[in-house]
Design a protein around this ligand. Sequence first.
Ligand code: PMT
Length: 408
Amino acid sequence: MNLEGKRILLGVSGSIAAYKSADIASQLGKSGADVHAALTANAAQFVGVPTFRALTRNPVLTDTFEEPDTKRIAHIELAQSADLVLVAPATANILAKMAHGIADDMLTTCLLATPQSTPLLVAPAMNTQMWLHPATSENLRILQARGVQVIPPGSGLLACQDVGEGKLAEVSEIVAAVMATLGTAQTLAGHHLLITAGATREPLDPVRFLTNRSSGKMGYALAQEAIRRGATVTLVSGITNLPPPHKANLVRVETAEQMLKACLEALPSVTGIIASAAVADYRPLQVADHKLKKREGEEEVVLRLAKNPDVIAELGRRKRPEQRSIGFAAETQDLLANATRKIAAKNLDLIVVNDVLKEGAGFDVDTNIVTLVWRDGKRNALPKMTKAEVSRHILDAYSELPRWRGQF
Ligand code: PMT
C-alpha cells in the first residue's frame, strides 16, 4: 500500500526493542510516508538519533527546548498535522503517562498535543510482570476507551531472559496495522451491524453458573474492524474482561435469553448480523434462590438442564431478506459437514468455522485458524492469523455477499 502524502509521528520510548523502530521507520518511509521520529531520553540511549535522522530524512525530536527551527513550535505543529501517531515500542512508563496526561518530555508533550481525532496506535514492549501488572492493564483500558489502538505484544524470550508475554509485536504486524488504519476505506459507512461476542453465563444459584472459555476477543476484533470501516455497531456482549471498542453501542448481557432479547430489540434497525458469541445451548432448569448446600452422604448429584433459545437461528428466522447474517461454528470434528448443516439450520449467508482444538485457534487466544464457508458451498481456508486479520477477511467477505450491492 502506498502511504504517499501521509505524515506519521513515530514515538520511540526506552525499551531494548527500540532498535526495531528503526526498521519500522524505514519500512514506513519506503512506503512513501513522511515519518517524524520523537525519542524519549531513554530511547536515545538504546538507538542513536542519527539513525532515525538518516532513515526518516527529518529532524528527530528529543528535547522540548531544542526546537530545530526557533521560529516555530515544531512539536506542536507536528502533533497537530500528523495523519497517524504510532508509539513503538511503548513501555509501561509511557503508557502510564499517556493514560494520565503527563507531558514531561518532548514525546509525551507531542502525544498530549495530538488531536483526539488522530489515529493513535501503541505497540507495547516490556517485561512480562510489567505487562501483567494491574497498573498496566488499567492504563491500557483507559487508553483503549479513548480509542487508542493497541497492537498486542507477542510471547517469547525477552531481553531480561524471562519467557512470556511482552515482546514487541513483529515489525511487519505493526506496519500492517498502520497501513490498515491509514488505508481503511469507509466501505461500511451507512451500515449497522449487530455483533454478538463473548460467553453467556447461566446461573445455577447466586454464586455458581455454567459458562465456557470464550474471551470475547473474536467478536470485539470484528466490532473494532467494522467501526474502522465506518459501520455503526451494536455489540451484544456476554461475559468478557475486554474494554469495549471505542464508538460501539455496547449492550452487556449475561444469559442466552438476555442475549436473544437484546438482539431482537436491535434486529429491526440493523443491516447485518455477525454471531461470534459462544452461547450456552442449555441452562440449569432451576435457579436456586440461595446457595446450594453440600448434603451429607450425597456422592453424586444430577443437574437438570433446559434448552436455551438459539439466538442466531431465531434472528435467521426473523431477518428481512436484505439483512445478511454470518455465524460461527466452533467444532472439534467433522468441521465442514457440521458447518454446512448450521448454515441451513440457522439461515446464514456465511459461516466461519474454527477447529477449537487446534493450537492458536478458537477460545481465549489472540489468533484464529478459520475456514469461511458460503451458502453455495464455496470455501476459503485461511492460515493462522490474528483475530484482527481474521476480522478483515470476514468483513471483506461480508461486503461481497450477493445481497450487498445496492441494497442500503
Ligand atoms: O471469544 P474468543 O475467546 O475470541 O473465542 C472465539 C470463539 C471460539 C468463541 C469464536 O471463534 C466462535 O467459534 N464462536 C462461536 C461459538 C459457538 O457457540 O459455536 P456453535 O458452533 O456452538 O454455534 C454456532 C452458531 O450459533 C454461532 O454463531 C453461535 O453464536 C450461535 N448460537 C449457538 C447456540 C445458541 N444457543 N445460540 C446461538 O446463537
